[in-house]
Design a binder for this molecule. Sequence first.
Ligand code: HEC
Length: 123
Amino acid sequence: MKGKIGAFIAVLVLAVATANPGYAQDAEHGKTIFKACAACHATDHANRVGPGLEGIVGRKAGTVPGFRYSDAMKKFGIIWDVKILDAYLESPQKVVPGNRMPYAGLNDPTDRTDLVTYLATLK
Ligand code: HEC
């Protein structure tokens, strides 16, 4: 019985998730959240305080030419995807300990999803 209720709730959650207003709108919201990142990050390949974020989804961590990454970021060695970006933006120091990005993290999961959706449009 308990299992059935669990399955029902899972279906319900899925239904709510797919009823989401849609990609364009999320990215639009993500763009407004990105203002907090824009102080340090350009949306092209230009390096500022932080590396340019063009093509970040699908790019290897720590590889923008000419940017002086921390050893932690250079050694991280992962290909940024939506999932790992979400985790990194929630808690940069937890995911890449010792990295030099002065950002505490974004708590709201919806804001993070929208932000990462926006980041995926930077190509
Ligand atoms: C105060 C400056 C600053 C802010 C604000 C900031 N970052 Fe960063 N970011 C950095 C620095 C510096 C690095 C490089 C860290 C390192 O080398 O350890 C970095 C690295 C990154 C990386 C890894 C890039 C790569 O090439 O591997 C991503 C992704 C990233 N930041 C996304 C964001 C997002 C999204 C936001 C907004 C929520 C944000 N950052 C806010 C300074 C900042």
